[in-house]
Design a protein around this ligand. Sequence first.
Ligand SMILES: [Zn+2]
Length: 250
Amino acid sequence: MAARDDLLEKAEALDDEALGASGAKQDELRKRAAGLRVQALGEKPYPVLVCSACFSRTGWLDENGVCETDAMRRLQDSSGGWVDIRDDRPRYEDGPSPVGRRVARALGLGRGRDRAREWLMWIAPGETGPVDPEEGWETEAPLSFERPAPSGPHLLVHFDTRSLRFEDGAWRPADTTRGGKLRRLVPREFPASLATDALAEAWSDFKEEVAAHNRAVWAAEAERREADAAAEEERRHARELESGTSELLR
Ligand SMILES: [Zn+2]
């Protein structure tokens, strides 16, 4: 783990250095940083390639050696800014409408159990979030979807995250979460034709990165809450002592 953190630290330093450089020198620094990140990820059964334009890791490169984002950007530039790229991302299912939910609640239908079940959809209690369902809690949920590559006959499998907030007993899409952006090493796109085992391992690695992110967010929050509780306990104790003293002085 230390070796891995070391590699990532070096990669970051190179990227910082690249910010102050330009041209070929800048590309060289960013390429070296990318190489260190690939090394940090380690040997994998799925492809870990580096885009020659943005130097991010990807499991798929087009015939010009660029990732999907850059291939799309180039396509857009060459077509005068308009290109029909289908977004086949699955929309997050909202479940019953808010009104339907309210009616169900008023009737007392399946209250506690549904709420708990909904919570468990995205939270490992006490690990990636609070033990009990909590209004307003936010989490990052991994999702995968397929869409055609910008060029060629490939179908690409994508990994992404969706920010969710627990509201009114259900998960709703949110713009951001308190944990901020997910730091990841696993590529986010692969050819759908990749061997199933390799694809499954990439997905499991990606999900672990998301879970690690959520665990870190909860660990920090749990620590904060414990400190708050300890401070409150101390205040209560101090108040007791004070009133005890004034009793004596009476
Ligand atoms: Zn790129």
